[in-house]
Ligand binder design. Structure first.
Ligand code: GDP
Length: 298
């Protein structure tokens, strides 16, 4: 399966390390837990999630009177799954008239993600409108056009340098006129200029509030998993300026840092909704914590 294959490097990084601890120790002691801690932290699960997971594991070991390190494997898998379980992850934007704002810094895979999502929605016979509101990058518009053509979505573009809010205004009008199911808005994620970013998002949101109050709203942040702790930092910064409803983690296929998905859940409480495990349309997958952990420990 694609997920299992895509997580290969992360598996090598985290699970191989764990298994050598499970095999290498003859009893469960402080050294054992310390080495597990190191593997989890090196695996980008983050300090907070690592401590929570290990506390939970210790409690389970005690409660069940476990003596053999190997018996901890299943318990650890359970603890990681529980750590990632932050309730139902809704994909309501697939079922309502929805406006999905997509933010993320350049190069993380934002355009590709919008293209893949448009393709998925089109395959489900949904009507999709894409707003090219990242008017700072001419290349982004061209690339979006290609993806839009491929998935037969309608693209509403702006001139380079034009006001993103006016592109959103036009796109909302088009989405309403065509009775679109989903309007996706590609935005410029200029984190280095937080004040501008905030102001831009505020203007766009105001237009949607006013022109399309009945729409279901979603704000997705796209993060590049290969950047590990940087991705987590970006997520936190975007969380400060926008009401994030979900995360898309791209490039999981090329990285050993897939553990960052666990850290993001733990530290932001925002669900990872999709992961990218390659460059084609089929490589964008709905994220499911259980499937993710199972694929990892395959
Ligand atoms: P943007 O600047 O954020 O819009 O980034 P792009 O969508 O242009 O993507 C940057 C590069 O990352 C492109 O070469 C994409 O093909 C690649 N990319 C995006 N998502 C994935 C993924 O899930 N896996 C892999 N391997 N590459 C990806």
């Amino acid at each position: 399966e694609k997920l299992v294959a895509g997580l290969g490097k992360t598996r090598d990084n985290i699970v191989s390390g764990m298994d050598s601890i499970f095999h290498g120790f003859s009893r469960i002691d402080d050294d054992f837990y310390e080495e597990l801690e190191e593997v989890l932290i090196m695996g980008d699960l983050g300090v907070q999630a690592t401590y929570d997971i290990l506390d939970d594991l210790k409690a389970k070991v005690k409660e069940k009177h476990i003596k053999e390190p190997m018996e901890c494997r299943e318990l650890l898998i359970e603890s990681i799954k529980e750590q990632m379980d932050i309730g139902e992850t809704a994909y309501e934007f697939e079922n309502h008239t929805s406006v999905v704002m997509v933010i993320g810094v350049n190069g993380v895979g934002k355009t590709t993600t919008i293209g893949k999502l448009a393709g998925k929605l089109r395959a489900e016979d949904k009507k999709v409108v894409i707003a090219a509101a990242d008017t700072f990058r001419a290349a982004a518009g061209e690339q979006l056009k290609e993806w839009a053509n491929r998935s037969q979505a309608e693209l509403i573009g702006g001139q380079e340098g034009s006001d993103p809010a006016s592109v959103v205004f036009d796109a909302v009008a088009a989405a309403k006129a065509r009775h679109a199911d989903v309007l996706m808005i590609d935005t410029a994620g200029r984190l280095h200029n937080k004040k501008n970013l905030m102001e831009e998002l505020r203007k766009m949101n105001k237009i949607i509030d006013r022109e399309f109050p009945e729409a279901y709203r979603e704000t997705l942040v796209v993060l590049d998993a290969t950047t590990g702790q940087n991705a987590l930092q970006q997520a936190k910064e975007f969380n400060d300026v926008a009401e994030i409803t979900g995360i898309v983690l791209t490039k999981m296929d090329g990285t050993a840092k897939g553990g960052i998905a666990v850290a993001i859940h733990a530290e932001l409480g925002v669900p990872v909704k999709y992961i990218g495990v390659g460059e084609t349309i089929d490589d964008l997958q709905k994220f499911d914590a259980d499937d993710f952990v199972n694929a990892l420990f395959e």
